[in-house]
Design a protein around this ligand. Structure first.
Ligand code: FES
Length: 89
């Protein structure tokens, strides 16, 4: 048994993966579905689903969850940096 959904918003990680594969980023997925906007416990799992394309995830240790969030933050910084470069060109 693992994590398959955002409990607060009833959004499955299947839905998260489908939206990510359709090109939505984390912020778009959260604002469209409401996931990660309640208790926030699903946040690392939503990021991990986006990162891996997997929708059935094992329960993460606090260190694993932090590592996922750090990777997500690094990706977000890269996306912002690329967007800034694109707008400058
Ligand atoms: S489980 Fe997703 S916000 Fe609470």
């Amino acid at each position: 048994m693992g994590v398959q959904r955002c409990i607060c918003s009833h959004v499955t990680l299947d839905e998260v993966v489908r939206r990510a594969q359709a090109g939505q980023n984390f912020e778009q997925i959260c604002s469209d579905t409401g996931c990660c906007q309640g208790c926030g416990m699903c946040r690392p799992y939503v990021h991990l689903a986006i990162e891996t394309g997997r929708s059935q995830l094992p329960i993460l240790s606090p260190a694993q969850a932090e590592a996922v969030l750090n990777r997500a933050q690094a990706r977000q910084r890269q996306e912002e940096s690329r967007a800034t470069e694109d707008s400058a060109n």
